[in-house]
Design a protein. Structure first.
Length: 281
């Protein structure tokens, strides 16, 4: 395979559902979104051999670090907010797990779900556009295996990326950290589910509404937003265009369960054309 255009680092996840499990995690949602936009995509992850990643992530080049267990979550939704429980965890990744010839990839997304991406990972990609989904570093697991919020660390090792993606669920209602993040990252995207997203760029906050959609399953919408935003930002260099593209992609993604609704480029562009009034303001 040729050098990837887009690399995602993080655990693929088993999301427990009533009849078994389905694929989840930032690495899965983001890589599939980037792939369906026509990019060459790779993933560095850790998972047991029993997970057929070639079938689960078609068209994605996967570097699998062997693990006896898969990272496994149970998600519960109530009034638009998610509660999560960690039922298992795969092996933590190391810097050496990233193949040397993938360290010059144009676009990288660090997408931990439970702190598995190693400190200093951004240092591997000196010439890449690097995005960071904060959720995996803002979590801890209590004695009941429930995921709870972890405060922003004083000196986060991942704070030298170009764009930070964080959701209202990640912050558990405490938005005080946003001011600190905007002082560190050139771009901060704060996603707010059906209320859209706020974007901090060039020293100010802007907002974009969510694209209208009948919501079936909101899981992974923030990861889809992150992948679509980075892909479009790399292409066009315009955060406003990237935000609009990402919001349209995220809106489509909630219309079916799991990864089934992740859209290709034509569908995203058609959705934007249907709603010219939805802009970053």
């Amino acid at each position: 395979m040729a050098r990837p255009d887009f690399l995602v680092i993080g655990h693929v996840v088993k999301d427990v559902v009533p009849d078994g499990w389905r694929l989840g995690g930032t690495a899965a949602y983001a890589s599939l979104q980037a792939s369906r936009l026509g990019l060459r995509v790779a993933v560095v992850t850790s998972a047991p051999a029993s997970m057929d990643l070639a079938a689960l992530l078609p068209g994605v080049d996967v570097h699998r670090v062997p693990s006896r267990r898969a990272t496994t979550f149970r998600n519960c939704y109530h009034d638009g907010h998610r509660s999560q429980f960690v039922l298992g965890r795969a092996r933590t990744l190391a810097l050496s797990d990233v193949p040397d010839d993938w360290r010059t990839v144009p676009v990288v997304l660090l997408g931990p779900v439970c702190g598995e991406v190693p400190p200093g990972a951004t240092s591997l990609f000196a010439h890449s556009l690097v995005g960071v989904t904060a959720q995996g570093w803002l979590r801890r697991v209590d004695s009941q295996r429930r995921v709870t919020a972890r405060p922003w660390p004083d000196s986060p090792s991942w704070a030298d990326g170009h764009a930070l993606f964080v959701s209202e669920d990640d912050l558990a209602g405490d938005t005080s950290a946003l001011d600190r993040w905007t002082a560190v990252f050139p771009v901060v995207a704060y996603t707010q589910a059906s209320r859209g997203a706020c974007l901090h760029v060039d020293g100010r906050w802007c907002h974009i509404d969510a694209f209208p959609e009948r919501e079936v399953d909101p899981t992974g919408a923030g990861d889809v937003f992150a992948a679509a935003f980075l892909a479009r930002l790399h292409e066009a260099g315009d955060p406003a265009l990237a935000a609009r593209f990402a919001a349209a992609a995220a809106g489509i993604s909630v219309s079916r369960e799991g990864t089934l609704a992740i859209a290709g480029r034509q569908e995203v562009e058609e959705r934007m054309a249907q709603h010219p009034e939805i802009l970053l303001r």
